[in-house]
Design a protein around this ligand. Sequence first.
Ligand code: NDP
Ligand code: DXP
Ligand code: MN
Length: 380
Amino acid sequence: MKEIALIGSTGSIGTQTLDVIRQHQDRFRVRLLACGTNIERLKQQIAEFHPEVVVIRDEKDLIKLEAHLPTGTKAVAGETALLEEIAKTNASFVMNAIVGSQGLKPTMAAIKAGKTIGIANKETLVTAGHLVTEACNHYGAQLIAVDSEHSAILQSLEGSKREEISRLIVTASGGSFRDWSAEELQHARPEDALKHPNWSMGQKVTIDSATMMNKGLEVIEAHWLFNMPYESIDVLIHRESIIHSLVEYQDKSMIAQLGTPDMKVAIQYALAYPDRLELNGPERLNLWEVGTLHFEKIDPLKHQCLMMAYQAGKTGGSAPTVLNAANEVAVQMFLEGKLTFTGIATVVEKALSEHTVIDHPSIEKVLEIDEETRTRMMTG
Ligand SMILES: NC(=O)C1=CN([C@@H]2O[C@H](COP(=O)(O)OP(=O)(O)OC[C@H]3O[C@@H](n4cnc5c(N)ncnc54)[C@H](OP(=O)(O)O)[C@@H]3O)[C@@H](O)[C@H]2O)C=CC1
Ligand SMILES: CC(=O)[C@@H](O)[C@H](O)COP(=O)(O)O
Ligand SMILES: [Mn+2]
């Protein structure tokens, strides 16, 4: 029985993780659930999965849970409590499905406790990939990709040797605005951006997909997860999201993972790794129905956020921390109607240009720079 701690249980990845666990109750058991403010959904999850502990963000919400805790389930609140419970839990696998760089500290707590971590929370690797990988080596913890592209790469790497790999090719749908003109983009609204052509996901990643910042974050994520130089990580526009990514080998063979766009495949692969289990839910991929797959080159003029992310990744040090924090604030501002869609790239670029990069920031420094960037964005 694999015991699971699920952080971000009420979100898109969190609920799909529970959909997978529900299908395999003979293999997985939920020990810990953590979320932000969606207490109603959490109550349903507690009733079904009977975790030992639930952690919520705000102390004031604890009262709403009181009457809904079965015998054997306790509830606590706040970040300190979350980090303590991650350190204490008997769960061997932590699924980090929180959104944003607030996922960094829980990831580090799980690493220090020697857990295996399903890392959906890509912002952790963007903001502090150097510290996360060092800590994994030091504490013997393992990260398993959950992001669909990185899961595809992991699957395409099965049985390979490091020196045989020549290139990673990360596919991109192009997002909600892939067919919009520059003129149309000036008037793009949050409700337009939230209509992803292929995936149903949380708001932040859907907006990132529309700006192509998601692909930039994923290039940095791939750099850290697979220890590949940026020069060997390419992005390919593939509007069907059927090929989830590819690996090119030194003999010029390419190995890819294909499937209908459904995150449960990648989630289950991470949970069951290295095994493959049966999965109900995703539709079988009928390639004769798909007929044709399309591929396009990226356009550096159009895909400005992707290019900024490549640059920040190559610069290294604190640059990706600033890129990520500025982007998180900009996306929130766009969703609240305080910034235009095209303004997202502009303000992230400004935040990067105002920052003096420092090499190899410590965890304290990463958190300080993240905070400072957010403050600068809100006040400037
Ligand atoms: N959705 C997808 O298909 C994919 C997502 N990802 C990545 O996975 C991560 C999660 O994305 P997604 O599921 O879409 O996001 P959602 O916004 O749907 O869910 C975010 C989750 O984080 C929880 N949360 C927020 N703040 C806190 C906090 N302080 N403490 C504990 N939990 C908190 C939310 O709780 P609550 O709702 O209760 O406030 C919610 O459960 C992101 O990094 C995203 O980029 C990667 C690939 C695909
Ligand atoms: C499902 C998933 O992994 C998302 O991160 C997805 O990649 C978004 O799609 P695009 O960024 O390719 O539009
Ligand atoms: Mn992805």
